[in-house]
Design a protein around this ligand. Structure first.
Ligand SMILES: Nc1ncnc2c1ncn2[C@@H]1O[C@H](COP(=O)(O)OP(=O)(O)OP(=O)(O)O)[C@@H](O)[C@H]1O
Length: 359
């Protein structure tokens, strides 16, 4: 396997869905949901990226696309330099087979119960994928490995948990089983999609600490998705990773977590920070730094910068043209944002503020 490439590389990825609602006339164009638009993202080995954004901003779609579960409408996703969807073609001469790629990219869902068969014990549920991936492993070795991992995620005695059925586990325990299931595949990247959102607040930090510990022990990369900035921040800061902010299908800001939070560049990142009291912004404005509360429809997103309808600093230029993603001049070289205010673009600075906005 090549080591020159990032483990995962997303280039200019779009994921558009056709939505029902075109009526009965088959000749009418069906409305298109632009769930993900123009996203670039590299994930290296031992990397942690936490993506945050409000409901419907495209986080899940982006995550599933990154791990090869959703085909993009445009753009490419490469695993160690190999185009994932090329590898899936029946006549592909891929350097890395699709099955190997799928095994290397694992997922933990918000609802771990849904991924477990209610009629099978934990041991049986965990043995099935391992049998597929390593058919030559003896059943004793397979069981020993499973028990080792069950204990490793804090479920002791492991024999007891291994013989339980899903209904005999708490939500936190089911989530740990889901983590074991992913780790048994020896993955390069784990997508954790709202993996702690359904847990009690008291258990969330415990689960995130466990993920961080296993991430560094196994050198696995994590793509962590959450609508909650405090969870995303916890994971990204503790792993010395990056925080990405999605708005209406676009990755509008990405950078080292502490840099993005201490020096947010995109007005939407500032809104998320304002709405997260744990981040200690008591000295900030008492009103949200936003012009409109309504979230636009992803079927018909605003022109230009998609945030311009809500942005307190939008000008006519933001309505007319989409700002490119540019590097923020903060010395990290890893912080980037799509906002005219981070550029010296005259077209923005000379343009008239929109109603209710100011420069
Ligand atoms: N299979 C699909 N078919 C049609 N539209 C879809 C499909 N999957 C997602 N969408 C739409 O794409 C947009 C992004 O959805 P997505 O689930 O990725 O957002 P999200 O940020 O993860 O939101 P949430 O936190 O609520 O899950 C939404 O408008 C959603 O309705």
């Amino acid at each position: 396997m090549s080591t020159d490439h990032p483990v995962l590389s997303l280039e200019d990825v779009d994921v558009h869905f056709e939505k029902d609602g075109g009526g009965l006339n088959p000749f009418t164009d069906r409305p298109t949901v632009r769930a993900v638009d123009g996203v670039d993202l590299d994930i290296s080995s031992n990397d942690v990226v936490a993506i945050v954004g409000e409901s419907g901003s495209g986080k899940t779609t982006l995550g599933k696309t990154a791990v090869g579960l959703q085909q993009p409408s445009a753009g490419t996703i490469k695993y160690r330099g190999q185009d994932i969807w090329q590898a899936k073609k029946w006549n592909s001469n891929a350097s890395i087979p699709f099955d190997e790629i799928r095994r290397s990219l694992q997922i933990i869902h918000q609802d771990p119960g849904a991924a477990l068969n209610p009629n099978r014990t934990v041991l049986s549920s965990l043995a099935a994928p391992l049998k597929r991936w390593q058919p030559d492993l003896s059943s004793e070795d397979r069981e020993a490995r499973i028990l080792h991992f069950i204990e490793r995620v804090g479920m002791s005695p492991p024999h007891d948990y291994a013989h339980r059925y899903p209904h005999q586990l708490s939500g936190g325990e089911k989530q740990r089983v889901a983590l074991v299931r992913a780790l048994l595949m020896n993955p390069d990247v784990i997508l954790a999609d709202e993996a702690v959102s359904a847990l009690d607040v008291s258990l969330r930090v415990e689960m995130m600490d466990l993920m961080l510990e296993l991430q560094s022990q196994f050198d696995t990369s994590f793509l962590f998705i959450s609508h909650d900035l405090s969870n995303a921040r916890y994971i990204a800061e503790h792993a010395d990773g990056r925080l990405g902010v999605m708005y209406l299908g676009e990755l509008v800001e990405l950078g080292p977590a502490d840099e993005v939070l201490q020096n947010p560049q995109h007005p939407y990142t500032k809104v998320l920070k304002w709405a997260t009291p744990e981040l200690g912004v008591d000295e900030g404005p008492t009103e949200p730094p936003i012009r409109e509360i309504d979230i636009p429809d992803p079927v018909n997103p605003p022109t230009g910068c998609r945030f311009h309808t809500r942005c307190p600093n939008a000008t006519d230029q933001c309505r007319r043209a989409t700002p490119e993603v540019t590097a923020v001049d903060d010395g990290t070289g890893r912080h980037r944002v799509a906002c005219y205010r981070s550029t010296d673009e005259d077209a923005y600075w000379d343009s008239d503020p929109l109603d209710g906005a100011e420069l």
